[in-house]
Design a protein around this ligand. Structure first.
Ligand code: SF4
Length: 375
């Protein structure tokens, strides 16, 4: 177990497109203590423990947590499991919640990578997305983060926004690049069931780009960001050299991680793999911890076929792709032999360079369709 995800499911205001497990509330005073208790219960269940190489505080809005409390959770994780001296310790932060003092304290508590949910640097788009911050606050958050000593700064950029144009995206990309991030996560807006955006969309009140506009936006991002030295290392993620998010790579490489907090998932790379999940229910979480039972539940035990499919499903999201030699060693047969029809139907969208099998850029644009051929 060498990755740790900690979920902080609290936000000042719920964004109308968001279906992550998070509630509009302040963080309860005892929440950090609950996380420590959860870590203790997980540690007692896991016979083999190794020091964490990556830790990720996600949400929700982890930057609402007092830095000293976050430091206590990290200390408990270090006591129970250990944390590598060069561990990547990331925190998602909302630009509307940050002060220089807090950022300095987060840095001092051990956070060494900041992921800012900027989404856009265009005020009208931020309002449409229901964000609590404006473009100026986002710019200021970047400046303060650098001043506080964060030399690994990632920004989230959202595209395919309602009513957006390629020219507006072009302007947004330019504005993002002026902030000189180390990492950019670029997600097209998706309309998730149960969200206010879904209701607006169903009534025809949310003008979203069509497939061609989406493809043009995806290609524009790729062209502009790679021209500026970013590697497009995963469908939605770009990084300067050496600045890939090591924690997220762990997910795509099917390596073990422990998830703490309601709504968090864990993956154990034992045998063909096991996936566990903590129900997204704050009351249930608290009562299970009170009873001294680990709140996580096993939701999937993979067989060989499931592990093969997931190796492809996750690995082909990355530019590295899947190592065909390792795949054959692990599963006893080649990808072509196991999935002949899917490989043949992917055609030139699937390319092999040395031992790496990966999708081309155009293949990534058709990812959902192409990967379904392997399922
Ligand atoms: S701040 Fe992030 S987690 Fe919270 S509601 Fe908005 S998108 Fe969701």
């Amino acid at each position: 177990m060498s990755g740790l995800y900690i979920h902080i499911p609290f936000c000042l205001r719920k964004c109308p497109y968001c279906d992550f497990f998070s509630v509009e509330d302040v963080i309860p005073a005892d929440y950090p203590r609950r996380l420590c208790r959860h870590l203790e219960l997980a540690a007692s269940r896991l016979p083999q423990r190794s020091a964490f190489q990556t830790i990720f505080f996600g949400g929700g809005t982890p930057s609402l947590m007092p830095p000293a409390r976050m430091g206590e959770v990290l200390d408990r994780a270090a006591d129970l499991f250990g944390i590598d001296a060069d561990a990547e310790i990331s925190m998602e932060a909302n630009p509307g919640t940050l002060t220089l003092g807090d950022l300095q304290d987060f840095r001092a508590a051990g956070i060494n990578r900041l992921s800012l949910g900027v989404q856009s640097l265009h005020d009208a788009s931020l309002q449409r997305l229901g964000r609590i911050h404006d473009a100026q606050q986002a710019r200021s958050a970047c400046t303060l983060a650098r001043r506080a000593g964060f030399d690994n700064l990632g920004l989230d950029l959202m595209f395919a926004l309602p009513g957006s144009t390629l020219a507006a995206l072009e302007a947004d990309i330019t504005a993002f690049l002026e902030l000189e991030p180390d990492h950019l996560s670029c997600y097209g807006l998706t309309v998730e069931e149960g969200t206010p955006f879904h209701r607006q969309f169903s009534r025809g009140h949310l003008p979203l780009p069509d497939e061609n506009d989406y493809a043009a936006a995806f290609e524009l991002l790729h062209a502009r960001l790679t021209a500026r030295g970013f590697s497009h290392y995963e469908i939605s993620n770009y990084a300067r050299p050496g600045r890939q998010c090591r924690h997220n790579l762990r997910y795509w490489q099917r390596r073990s991680y422990l998830g703490i907090g309601p709504g968090a998932h864990s993956f154990y790379a034992v045998e063909w793999g096991e996936r566990w999940s903590v129900p997204g229910d704050l009351d249930l979480y608290r009562s299970r911890l009170r009873q001294g039972s680990d709140p996580a539940e096993r939701i999937e035990t993979f067989d060989r076929r499931g592990a093969m499919v997931e190796t492809l499903y996750l690995g082909l999201r990355t530019a590295e792709g899947v190592d065909v030699r390792l795949f054959q060693e692990r599963f006893g047969d080649s990808i072509e032999a196991l999935f002949p029809e899917a490989v043949q139907r992917c055609g030139s969208y699937l390319r092999q360079d040395g031992d790496r099998l990966h999708f081309t850029l155009q293949g990534w644009l058709l990812y959902d369709h192409l990967i379904s051929l392997f399922l």
